[in-house]
Design a protein. Structure first.
Length: 190
């Protein structure tokens, strides 16, 4: 069974919207505004590329990443990695041709079936709506969270407000950095 890892830049109050400067959000680009850059705080991002065997994202994140990430040196490993885009509306002709093999998945059932196949971990980038749905369906196995010392108020959140049973997490790795960032890696307890 493959491990599904959710990775996110997240504010202390749970917002994950537009961390890199995506348009349309009041606090867009919050990860790098007035924040001292410490390379050691982002070490996990390089490690994710080395450990993952595939990448998954929702349509909105795919449409934001696909014009940019294929040419970014920081994400070179992801270029050839298989990608899965979860969408009920995206069509094959909307996929870019310079970003490695990409498969469109239409449902949570298809994601559950993918997890049952052979292969290494699948990393989920961005994709707030997808993350909430995956979490609510019990499909996420691990969280890689870089928590920023910010309160953003309104914005898309990583976790839903669905009334559900308690889901326990086990902290397996953590570190605090001089700029206030915290790395928290949690395994989902089954």
């Amino acid at each position: 069974m493959r491990t599904l890892i959710s990775t996110a830049f997240i504010s202390l109050d749970g917002v994950v919207e537009a961390p890199g400067g995506e348009p349309g959000y009041r606090n867009s680009g919050w990860t790098f505004k007035d924040m001292e850059f410490l390379p050691e705080a982002f070490e996990i991002k390089g490690r994710e590329q080395q450990e993952a065997s595939a990448m998954m994202m929702g349509r909105t994140s795919y449409e934001a990443f696909s014009p940019v990430w294929p040419e970014m040196e920081d994400f070179a490993t992801y270029k050839v990695m298989p990608k899965y885009v979860v969408s009920t509306t995206l069509t094959d002709d909307a996929l870019v041709s310079n970003w490695g093999p990409t498969t469109i998945l239409r449902s949570l059932d298809e994601i559950a079936e993918l997890k049952e196949t052979e292969g290494g971990p699948i990393i989920v980038h961005g994709s707030a709506t997808l993350n909430r749905n995956l979490s609510d369906a019990g499909l996420i196995d691990r969280y890689h969270l870089l928590v920023f010392p910010l309160l953003l108020g309104a914005g898309k959140r990583l976790f839903s407000d669905t009334d559900k049973d308690t889901q326990k997490l086990r902290l397996v790795e953590h570190e605090a950095y001089a700029n206030g960032l915290q790395k928290n890696v949690f395994d989902v307890v089954r």
